[in-house]
Design a protein around this ligand. Structure first.
Ligand code: SF4
Length: 312
């Protein structure tokens, strides 16, 4: 928001682009666009993002976050749109030294080189600490009116937000599931066990407990009503198995991509174990596979006995 307004104050027409994947949304950008009146293009980049995510050149950060290659890819895609739409350069709100990995001088340089738009990426908040860009050299942007913010403190940005009259702005951290420990473990497990996956499987990683039963089968157990609703939302009846205890309150259990009879019986026992069914008593469980529907009788397995299956 700050860099957009800063450029607009120079009389430069600016527009934003934001990207969506199952790992991050465009909500904050949409909110910022509403607040500032700066037009926003929203683009879903899931397929191309997944190609990068499975093997990022610079590897991952603390969890499954490939921040450097993520930035490079986003600038590359934004650059293509810049060309298509006849814009002159790219800009971002990055601040030199703000983040330990992705915003060091070397990282900013790496991103710029890999993006394919070297010289065309302006970081207005830190511009005076960075080499002059082509739009500055060509007089499209007045470098004297840009800033020299650097470092981890956000005080200068907070002060600037006040000056610009921006009261509502998002908190700096959060928003990307690839930096979330639990989500990252589940995603890594998926990558380790499947060569391909549907987009809905990436959404399913956000909900419920995930248990790996064997190399080819895992189950998702709803913890709350909301989890159960979300699991059903991403359930594909042509691919998955859905398990639910009959007549007794309990979780929805989903086994993506089906699984054999033995593993289905195990999944049904896990489902009973997490339900309100009495201990050591056979109960009826409804199992729906892509091939059909059946009722099986199983005894629940207590959750404490299946801790080793949990992906965490
Ligand atoms: S936190 Fe997520 S969205 Fe942000 S740069 Fe890293 S991988 Fe990309």
């Amino acid at each position: 928001m700050l860099s957009g307004i800063l450029l607009r104050k120079q009389g430069i027409k600016v527009q934003w682009i934001t990207f969506e994947t199952p790992f991050f949304s465009s909500e904050k950008a949409k909110q910022a666009s509403k607040t500032t009146g700066i037009q926003l293009i929203v683009k879903d980049i899931t397929p191309i993002y997944l190609e990068m995510l499975t093997d990022p050149r610079c590897g991952y950060g603390k969890h499954m976050n490939p921040c450097m290659d993520c930035h490079a890819l986003m600038f590359n895609l934004a650059g293509k749109i810049m060309k298509e739409k006849g814009f002159d350069f790219l800009f971002s709100g990055e601040v030199l030294g703000q983040r330990p990995m992705s915003q060091t001088m070397n990282s900013l340089r790496y991103v710029e080189k890999q993006s394919g738009f070297e010289g065309y990426i302006l970081r207005p908040l830190s511009a005076k600490k960075l080499p002059e860009t082509i739009p500055e050299q060509q007089g499209m942007v007045n470098r004297n009116l840009l800033l020299d913010i650097s470092g981890r403190s956000r005080k200068p940005q907070i002060k600037l937000a006040k000056e610009f009259g921006i009261k509502n702005y998002p908190s700096p951290a959060g928003g990307c599931l690839l930096t979330d420990k639990g989500y990252a473990s589940r995603l890594k497990d998926l990558f380790d066990h499947q060569d391909s996956y549907a987009e809905r499987e990436l959404h399913l990683l956000k909900h419920g407990r995930h248990l790996r039963l064997n190399d080819t089968a895992k189950i998702i157990v709803g913890r709350t009503q909301k989890d159960n609703e979300n699991i059903k939302k991403y359930y594909d009846p042509n691919m998955d198995t859905l398990i639910k205890v009959k007549k007794i309150p309990g979780p929805i259990v989903l086994m993506p991509n089906n699984g054999g009879k033995d593993v289905r019986m195990l999944a049904a026992s896990v489902c009973v174990g997490y339900s309100k069914a009495p201990d050591i008593t056979p109960v009826e469980v409804s199992v729906t596979t892509p091939q059909g529907h059946e009722i099986v009788q199983v005894i629940g397995v207590p959750p404490k006995e299946i801790q080793h299956f949990l992906i965490q």
